[in-house]
Design a protein around this ligand. Sequence first.
Ligand code: TYD
Length: 129
Amino acid sequence: MIELPRIGDPSLGYISLMQDGDPALPFAVKRVYWTYFTPNHVERGNHAHLRLEQIIVAVSGIIDFTLIDRKGKRQEFTLDTPDKGLYIPGGYWREIRFSHNAVLLCLASDIYDEGDYIRDLNLFLKSES
Ligand code: TYD
């Protein structure tokens, strides 16, 4: 989990950011995407990326992540403030749940490539890094 800068005060509001050269941003950003209007009974994700690295921010709402590594070890993370980011290296299965107002912002190390996905958990757990 990454603490992001929080510039401002309650009377003005805040700016948080990541930029090239930040030690907490260990890759060059090649894609930015955001997801929204996800009903809160829906679980998204359910895939792993082989190489893609990501930093995820809940710019609004609350987002719960379960990450599973190739050994099957589970870790839970809650993103509930826009000044926190979750760094996900390659090689993690993810399951994601959203509050109804959640907006997920993703900074990604590469452009979209379906070939980088594993969408079967058993295949992922048997896969080589
Ligand atoms: P996916 O990554 O499976 O989303 P989630 O894990 O949130 O359910 O993507 C959903 C669909 O959107 C899938 O058909 C691929 C498409 N997509 C793109 O075309 N480009 C992108 O950058 C992303 C993230 C998804």
